[in-house]
Design a protein around this ligand. Structure first.
Ligand SMILES: Cc1ncc(COP(=O)(O)O)c(C=O)c1O
Length: 389
């Protein structure tokens, strides 16, 4: 059998390797404390579940849902965004439901790139951003994120020959995995840069609500007329609905149409009942969102305090559900080996920084998806493990 060349870069997947290491640890009798995935363990609010349950018993929800979902969903998204950021959104032309932000961000390159065109991606960054570019036979220019530059890319570093063929830039702040927030001034610079070079600006914004310190801006605060930008949102994080697979894009009407055209070939949208759950989430009480944020803040503090107690002093993440842990120099080019050994010897599963790109090497990401007492125990075991190395 012969397969397309575009599959080749997708064949090695650090996270699949880590899954195998987890399996080995489990088989060897380790109790796994899984901090490797940003899949929230918190409950979905009952008013959301009820909306989905009611839809399930309504046969009119059981058919195909073509094109861009329901007017009620698009209106709920437009209202939510306008209330939140004070910028109007046209529900008819500027909103598109998605089967999660990952689906949308991975499909968008098919609408923008011709083979050999460049996408400018954050490195480290969310793996499906790169995966979507590979599927579209595009080229990736990784923009390095360095701690000394507050994990923001330096746009002046991008070479002219890359810029000539660059068609899209993907940003995502608050940032997975570094937890950095981008200030509005950076977004303003990025928008100007993209307009100047005729580049589509994509902003993946799943952690819009998981902010502890400071403010996380929307890209449209820097591109109010939506001249070149599209922003991706999800209900996976704010509403703990990862398994329900529901998100949406807001953006420039031409970009929304282009993405809709790709999706019309690939899928028939998310189930209407799930869309109804999302409407309940966006229009109903937001106490669940603030409670989840408070819980992730508490977990962050518990984990960091416990690490501090064992002699590891880390800066406090301003946002997201992660801790981006810089490895001691001995491990600085071996994050995969570190994570494999850690899970086999202690049962603690984490994500190696190298899995997020070359510039993620030397770091490990811990997802705070366990209660504080478990995170404190994990911090203890991690520091004991480091002592023995
Ligand atoms: C940056 C980023 N984008 C997208 C996703 C996936 O979101 P969804 O569940 O909506 O596909 C995640 C999940 O961790 C993420 O961190």
């Amino acid at each position: 059998m012969q397969f397309a060349h575009r599959l080749e870069p997708l064949q090695s997947n650090v996270f699949a390797d880590m899954d195998r290491a987890k399996g080995l640890a489990r088989a060897a009798g380790q109790q796994i404390i899984d901090l490797s995935m940003g899949s929230s363990d918190l409950p979905v609010s009952s008013h959301i579940i009820n909306a989905i349950a009611q839809s399930l018993s309504d046969p009119t929800t059981h058919g195909y849902l073509l094109f861009n979902g329901t007017q009620a969903f698009r209106q709920a998204v437009a209202n939510w965004y306008e209330q939140r950021f004070g910028i109007p959104v046209d529900p008819e032309t500027e909103v598109l439901p998605l089967i999660g932000s990952q689906e949308g961000t991975a499909h968008l390159p098919l609408a923008i790139l011709n083979p050999g065109d460049y996408a400018l991606l954050l490195d480290p960054g969310y793996p499906s951003h790169a995966g979507g570019v590979y599927l579209a036979s595009g080229l990736i220019y990784p923009m390095p994120l360095r701690a000394e530059n507050k994990f923001l890319p330096d746009l002046t570093e991008i070479p002219g020959q890359v810029l000539n063929k660059a068609r899209m830039m993907v940003l995502s702040y608050p940032h997975n995995p570094t937890t950095a927030i981008a200030p509005l001034e950076f977004f303003q610079t990025a928008v100007e840069f993209c307009l100047q070079h005729n580049i589509v600006l994509v902003h993946d914004f799943p952690y819009v609500d998981l902010v502890f310190t400071g403010v996380a801006p929307s890209i449209f605060q820097a591109d109010r007329d939506k001249q070149t930008s599209i922003e991706f949102f999800t209900l996976s994080k704010s509403y703990n609905m990862g398994g329900f697979r529901i998100g949406y894009a807001i953006g420039n009407a031409k970009l929304i149409t282009a993405l809709k055209q790709v999706k019309a070939t690939v899928d028939f949208n998310q189930y209407l009942g799930i869309l109804n759950g999302a409407i309940a989430a966006l229009t109903g009480p937001q106490t669940g969102v603030s409670q989840s944020t408070a819980i992730f803040r508490q977990r962050r503090d518990a984990f960091l305090n416990a690490l501090h107690h064992h002699g590891w002093n880390l800066p406090s993440p301003p946002a997201t559900m992660y801790v981006w842990f810089p490895l001691p120099s001995k491990w600085c080019d071996r994050s995969i080996e570190f994570c494999t050994n850690l899970v086999i010897k202690t049962g603690i599963a984490a994500s190696p920084g190298a899995g997020f790109g070359k510039h993620g090497e030397g770091y490990v990401r811990f997802a705070l998806v366990q209660p504080p007492s478990v995170l404190e125990q994990a911090a203890h075991q991690i520091s004991e493990f480091l002592k023995t190395q």
